[in-house]
Ligand binder design. Sequence first.
Ligand code: UDP
Ligand code: MG
Length: 315
Amino acid sequence: MSHSIEISVVIPVYNEKENIKILYDELSRVLNNFEFRSEVIFVDDGSVDDTFGTIRNLINSNMVQVKAISLSRNFGHQIALTAGLEQAKGKVAISLDGDMQHPPSVIPELYKKYLDGYDIVNTIRRDDEKVGVFKQMSSGLFYKIFNFLSPTRIESATADFRLLSRKALDAFLQFPEKDRFIRGMVVWMGFSQTYISYKADARRKGNSKFTLLKMLSLSLNAITSFSSAPLKIPLLMGGVVFFISVFYIFFALWRYAHGATIPGWTSLLVSVLFLGSVQLISIGILGVYLGRIFNETKSRPLYFVKETWGILSRD
Ligand code: UDP
Ligand code: MG
């Protein structure tokens, strides 16, 4: 039997204490059916509920080795996932959520596609009442806006549940950017990609760790990292406003020449308000991109590791 690891499963977890055991049992059931060795890498994203302790109580099974790293604080799902992928030793890496919404039973199907020759196997959630109406609608709207603005197209209802071959993973690890929208980055990478669909389950225990604010911030990140179109919106708005104003100026002069002085208060107020808001929006858009540049130029490390478990130090 070869000692090399075939599949690395990478799972970012934030306060998922109650789900760890359920998920791991299901994972080892699925992974032990293969002939080869696998590893399960948990990334504890600064949990405060002893998620890390729960992971340390897990026991390696026959063909499955458990590993964990704990980040120094909560860095967010996208960074935690990156941290885990950096640890993966397998020939393929499969990322999934820690709440059983991405069923481990789909893994053989993902792996089959890899054997068919695909480097990246993405997944599409078949819409399911278990995901929640608000989540379905907001995510649908997000993908519409994203695809309208960005040259990189993403299928709707995709999540960070996918398989990357070693080749694709090594490519992915070369991205230097700090604000990350992994779903977009992976599509942008190219290679041979395919999709499979799966039926999403309801979150097993606890609540979603994505507050509305986190979701909005990820959406803003996603759009501004893949599209510079919003930067052109002020130009467009300015152009339209300028065009209208030219007519209005001529109209006003014409009225003046005929001695019909307009009381003027309404029009003045309307134009001041309108122009004011257009300017504020434009400055805001510039600000968002400026913020991104600021973040990238700081070149800070993506994350810090507080402790690891089951991972031999490199060297
Ligand atoms: N997660 C994380 N860091 C965070 C937020 C979430 O590692 O700051 C993990 C979380 O524990 C879960 C996965 O990311 O394993 C997806 O989160 P969640 O299920 O809360 O998101 P939703 O399914 O509601 O979009
Ligand atoms: Mg979830």
